[in-house]
Write a protein that binds this ligand. Structure first.
Ligand code: 2P0
Length: 323
């Protein structure tokens, strides 16, 4: 049975940075994200009448590294559910891969859901979220639309580490603009970056000590549709995460000069009464949260910053879906 799934990527408002378990991808802190409607992965899986799996990534044979990651992921399901069939998997992102735009999030969410369908496993969203997490931590949040919280859980086997939906995509009509400064593959993967941070940054304990407060503010701010509360906390949380990276040995600096120029532009816009807030992931690109009424003003001002290659305005996106 051939099945095609579309999964949207997500951007964290309170970030995931640091693992308790590297293999099972169990995080050291909860995180909260917004699913985006314009950045997604489409994955088609089908039974392959052959003695090996085939993986096609962005219309080409996948590299050995990508292929092995994907096959290892399919094997989790084959081992657990005693399935022997080989698969042909075609997967495509509508945006650049591994550039800090959360491609692994939408990628593993789409893959988990398509395997569930092709093997007819009838797994719940919680089960799919746990599987997606093992593919890539942030992928557990992309199973759902709207605003989502990944609960770190307490168990060593990861059975209680999965995401839940806080509110659906139609609850709060807010916008996130993805400001692309550089869409090339980054030098340092998030996986390596967060491991080095946990091991060497003297600021990491402060990150963990202050996370509960950020989670409470952002959760409540979403429920109250309070852009200021969510935005101020989101910015502070992002700057704390990057401070742990800057103080890692050797330092991890994902920012480019244009990253700082966009941050300054957001501050200027706020001084002029245009409410908007930034966040930045493991890459130089900036994401801006704002109300749609300010959309045109923000686009015009951000486009005036040098070295911006593209702007993508997103609404709150839906759950991973069969299409
Ligand atoms: C996040 N990031 O919460 C944070 C913020 C990047 C910065 O989740 O090692 O690709 O596969 O679990 O999920 C990126 O990390 O890392 C990430 P792995 P992942 O969105």
């Amino acid at each position: 049975m051939k099945v095609t799934v579309k999964a949207n990527t997500n951007i964290a408002l309170v970030k995931y940075w640091g693992k308790k378990d590297e293999n099972l991808k169990i995080p050291l802190n909860n995180s909260i994200s917004m699913t985006l409607d314009k950045l997604y992965t489409i994955t088609t899986s089908d039974i392959f009448d052959n003695d090996h799996d085939q993986v096609i990534f962005n219309n080409k044979d996948a590299s050995e590294i990508s292929k092995n990651k994907i096959i290892k992921f399919v094997d989790l399901f084959r081992n657990e559910y005693k399935r022997k069939e080989k698969l042909i998997i075609k997967t495509e992102n509508n945006f650049p891969t591994a550039s800090g735009l959360a491609s692994s999030a939408s990628g593993f969410a789409a893959l988990a859901k398509s395997i569930n369908e092709v093997f007819e496993l009838n797994l719940s969203d919680i089960e799919l979220s746990k599987y997606a997490r093992i593919g890539s931590g942030s992928a557990c949040r992309s199973i759902y639309g709207g605003f989502v919280e990944w609960q770190k859980g307490n168990r060593d086997n990861g059975e209680d580490s999965y995401a839940i939906q806080l509110v659906k995509e139609n609850y709060w009509d807010i916008r996130m603009m993805v400001v692309i400064i550089d869409d090339k593959q980054k030098d340092k993967s998030s996986t390596d970056g967060m491991k080095e941070t946990v091991e060497t940054s003297p600021f990491y304990p402060a990150w963990l000590d202050t996370i509960e407060n950020d989670l409470n503010n952002v959760r409540q701010g979403i429920l109250d549709k309070d852009l200021e509360k969510v935005g101020i906390t989101m910015e502070h949380n992002c700057l704390k995460m990057h401070s742990t990276m800057f103080t890692t040995r050797p330092a991890i600096i994902y920012w480019k000069p244009a990253t700082l120029a966009v941050i300054n532009k957001v501050y200027e816009l706020r001084k002029l009464g245009v409410e908007c807030y930034f966040t930045i992931d493991a890459g130089p690109n900036v994401k801006i949260l704002y109300d749609q009424n300010n959309s045109e003003k923000i686009k015009k001002e951000i486009m005036s910053v040098s070295d911006i290659t593209n702007l993508i305005e997103c609404k709150v996106g839906s759950s991973a879906l069969i299409i």
